[in-house]
Design a protein around this ligand. Structure first.
Ligand code: FES
Length: 164
């Protein structure tokens, strides 16, 4: 199931109006809409709605959203899987781990799965070289990875069985 912005049009209109509803309060409006979206981003439909309400061209609103680092146009994944690719982990097959993630999740590095749950990218050494290759999720490091371990980890995260 693809998860998109979880607000109804009515809820978006109320957020816009409750936060000033004009160009002077544009950043506040966008920030509040992003926070309430459920996935920490502003989708195209919402940006267009804001533009119409405050009386600006949609292109101007997009420019503002892309200018400010705190505003996002893509949903943020619930779990970001950080794959160590420093030398020891590299030699213990970190590239193979990325290949497995790509196959299991159906998205490339840097993309978010359609259900909004997962994204993955490389990070440098996390100090667990003896159990490489490793993935760090929030503050937890998972090591000695192979396809089976990764499948179990993804399934547990999906089902809320890992303490994250
Ligand atoms: S090189 Fe990967 S944990 Fe150190």
């Amino acid at each position: 199931m693809e998860i998109t912005n979880q607000l109804t049009a009515e809820e978006k209109y109320s957020i816009i109006r409750e936060n000033g509803g004009d160009t002077e309060h544009l950043l506040k409006i966008l920030h509040e809409l992003q926070n309430a979206s459920g996935l920490n981003y502003i989708d195209q439909e919402t940006a267009e709605m804001v533009a119409k309400e405050v009386g600006l061209p949609a292109t101007r609103v997009y420019e503002i959203i892309t200018f400010y680092a705190m505003l996002k146009t893509k949903p943020k994944a619930q779990f970001v899987l950080k794959v160590c690719n420093s030398t020891p982990c590299h030699f213990s097959r970190s590239e193979e781990i990325v290949q497995i993630l790509e196959e299991e999740l159906g998205v490339k590095m840097g993309e978010t799965t359609k259900d909004g749950m997962f994204a993955y990218h490389y990070i440098p050494c996390v100090g667990a070289c003896d159990i490489g290759p490793v993935i760090k999720v929030k503050d937890t490091v998972y090591g000695n990875l192979n396809r089976e371990v990764i499948q179990k980890l993804l399934s547990d995260l999906r089902n809320g069985k890992r303490d994250q």
